[in-house]
Design a protein around this ligand. Structure first.
Ligand code: ADP
Ligand code: MG
Length: 223
């Protein structure tokens, strides 16, 4: 028991440090992005590396944002929002990327579902799930988002036709830094889980090898 407590204290300190460092990185990173964009303007005609540089800066920023969400206990600021508006927004953002990868986005979301939620965090949840779905289908396919109401809760699923997850790996999902991807960081599902838990929700993953994966979240609805 004593060791357990020491371990927990250690983890708490590591979490606080991660949050503090993440916070310190945000400002210089944002200034780096600004100056990179300015220099790109000046270098018009010879700017081949700028899109890569800006993309990498955005990647660092996304990791830092994930760490901030993971490090803080209660970051959700909740208001009433229509689920369909959140899904529309996310699909609009992702559709250009999807089209380039031969991926079709389909959705069938109940128009009247209202959630008490942190809109930006919930957008992040769907972006994380849809990105995983797309990355599981390197040769294209369909991502389907579906919602229904059951016993006062919204069940929202993101389904893909991708590679699937082997049963022995299913248990590891959501562990920090667990990734099977070259370019992954293994934070997406952890952040997703944390946000869903802050919304009194649950997350369930069903997967069949070579057939695909369905991730279903269940959150309370407000009518
Ligand atoms: P990352 O995407 O950076 O690897 P995630 O936390 O989002 O981190 O996902 C962790 C791992 O879970 C992925 O590397 C992948 O192996 C597996 N995974 C998650 N979603 C899916 C999916 N829809 N289909 C197949 N594997 C998935
Ligand atoms: Mg991911």
């Amino acid at each position: 028991i004593h060791n357990d407590l020491r371990q927990q204290e250690k983890l708490a300190v590591i979490g606080q440090m991660a949050t503090a460092i993440a916070h310190e990185i945000k400002n210089p990173l944002s200034s780096l992005k600004g100056f990179t964009q300015l220099q790109q303007e000046k270098d018009k005609g010879d700017e081949q590396y700028y899109p890569i540089m800006l993309n990498e800066i955005d990647r660092i920023n996304a990791i830092v944002n994930d760490l901030l969400i993971l490090g803080k206990p209660h970051t959700a600021v909740k208001t009433h929002k229509k689920l369909v508006d959140i899904i529309h927004y996310v699909i609009t953002v992702i559709d250009p990327h999807a089209q380039r990868k031969d991926i079709q986005m389909k959705y069938d979301v109940d128009d009247s579902t209202v959630l008490l939620c942190d809109e930006n965090q919930l957008k992040q949840v769907f972006i994380n799930l849809i990105k995983n779905a797309m990355e599981a289908m390197p040769n294209g396919g369909t991502v389907t988002i579906h919602s229904k109401i059951e016993d006062g809760r919204a069940l929202i699923s993101v389904k893909d036709e991708g590679c699937g997850i082997p049963p022995e790996k299913l248990a590891k999902l959501g562990e920090p830094f667990y990734t099977t991807k070259q370019n992954g960081n293994g934070l997406g599902l952890m952040v997703t889980k944390k946000i869903i838990e802050e919304h009194e929700g649950t997350l369930n993953i069903q997967s069949e090898m070579e057939k695909g994966t369905i991730v279903t979240i269940s959150v309370p609805t407000f009518k």
